[in-house]
Design a protein around this ligand. Structure first.
Ligand code: PMP
Length: 427
């Protein structure tokens, strides 16, 4: 155990999990690459969704942050804050929600917590619909709506949550259905739930489940749900913490794959939009946002420094059409990985959109999830100089690929070659 790791173990919670048998200390980054404390260089195929949406050490963001740090970082709750207003206007305009209001937080968990506060207050109900296999955070309220119970440190919740089918159909009774039959079955499930409960406040869902393994429901699922929800006045909260800002290539927001239903009532976002600075937030229709009697919710959301980073990052990603880049480079990467998968019996499926790609691993010749193989591929990829993620439903058997959105074709090729070697050495 290296010295930093033993100090980490000595003072931080036991449940603060780390990747790799020998955990990495990342010391610096540039573009799509990072370096560890031993001087090893890695292509980063996971940091794009965690923190660094655009590129590591993007000069535009670094400059905006250091200039703002040299000027002022102060309260957003008591005084006017120009960068926060500028950022809110950009986000509202990009959201597609008419008369949108934006509230900034410091994390996705806090954003979802605020969305639940709004929805339950607006509807005077603490019953919430959430998707099986979902992940929305680990605070007291978001644990309750996280369908993937393996991620829940407690079974207690301030909410009554009802879990709906639809987020994933890799296995189980729905696996054999085509898209249309799957949507019909999920809608029937939703109607069945609603027939036996007092009307819930909202349905919260990730357009593509992130921690759940980058599973994509068929286009139109949430539009079909929406018709049912509207009949009861139930709100739709789209958790875009992983799917927003062009990552899926085809759309700026993940919910747009279900656009027949119009924009959601509430959208939450976080992670990479600050390119490493902690920004989360909620976008909601004005009548919903303004239904609370609150002075604010917490001190730090929307500080000048995080907003300066967010504005610089957002400007860069829109001006450089990184959504288009995600579509083009992600499309090539998915194709390349599918051709590798076709030769390997342990790879059941390569799925996803844009630069959000999941690879489902099974024990060869069976349909059984293979979390050991996923862990082995993660280690082998690291040995080869590539960082990837893992995730999945009740077993962590999917690899997750989410590079910064500025990934080049050459880097996609290089990463795919390393991953191919890691897969072949495992199977
Ligand atoms: N929602 C989704 C879809 C997420 O993937 C995550 C984080 N994995 C969260 C919410 C929570 O965000 P944070 O970790 O910033 O609190």
């Amino acid at each position: 155990m290296n010295d930093l790791y033993s100090r980490h173990r000595g003072v931080l919670p036991d449940w603060l999990a780390l990747y790799y048998d020998e955990p990495l200390e990342i010391t610096h980054g540039e573009g799509r690459h990072v370096w560890d404390s031993a001087g090893n260089k890695y292509l980063d195929f996971f940091g794009g969704i965690l923190t660094t949406m655009t590129a590591h050490a993007l000069p535009e963001v670094t400059k905006a942050v250091s200039e703002q740090a040299g000027r002022i970082i102060h309260s957003s709750t008591l005084y006017l804050n120009r960068p926060m207003v500028d950022m809110a206007e950009r986000v509202a305009q990009l959201s597609g929600i008419p008369d949108a209001r934006v509230f900034f937080t410091t994390s996705g968990t806090e954003a979802n917590d605020t969305a639940l506060l709004l929805a339950t207050a607006y509807r005077r109900s603490n019953t919430v619909l959430a998707m099986r296999n979902s992940y929305h955070g680990r605070s007291f309220s978001t644990v309750g709506i996280t369908g993937n119970r393996g991620w829940s440190p407690t079974s207690l919740s301030p909410l009554q949550t009802l879990y709906v089918h639809g987020g994933v159909r890799t296995r189980g009774p729905f696996a054999a259905l085509d898209d249309e039959a799957f949507i019909d079955a999920c809608v029937e499930d939703l109607k069945d739930i609603l027939g036996h409960t007092r009307p819930p406040a909202a349905l919260i869902a990730e357009p593509i489940q992130g921690v759940g393994g980058f599973t994509s429901p068929p286009d139109g699922l949430y539009a079909a749900f929406r018709d049912v929800l509207n009949a009861y006045g139930i709100l739709w909260i789209a958790d875009e913490v992983q799917t927003g800002w062009g990552r899926t290539g085809e759309h700026f927001w993940g919910w747009q794959a279900h656009a027949q239903s119009g924009p959601p009532d509430i959208v939450t976002f976080a992670k990479g939009i600050g390119n490493g600075m902690s920004i989360g937030g909620v976008i909601a229709r004005a009548d919903i946002m303004n239904c609370l009697d609150a002075n604010s919710i917490s001190t730090f959301g929307g500080t000048q420094i995080t907003m300066a980073a967010g504005l610089a990052n957002l400007t860069y990603l829109v001006e450089h059409d990184l959504q288009g880049n995600a579509r083009r480079v992600g499309g090539l990467l998915i194709e390349r990985l599918r051709s590798v998968a076709a030769q390997l019996p342990g790879v059941r499926e390569v799925r996803g959109r844009g630069l959000m790609i999941g690879i489902e691993l099974v024990r060869p010749g069976t349909d059984e999830a293979d979390p050991q193989a996923a862990a082995a591929v993660l280690e082998a990829a690291r040995e080869g100089g590539l960082l990837i993620g893992k995730g999945g439903g009740h077993s962590t058997s999917a690899l997750r690929i989410a590079p910064p959105l500025s990934l080049t074709v050459a880097e996609a090729e290089e990463g795919a070659a390393i991953l191919e070697r890691a897969l072949r050495s495992t199977y």
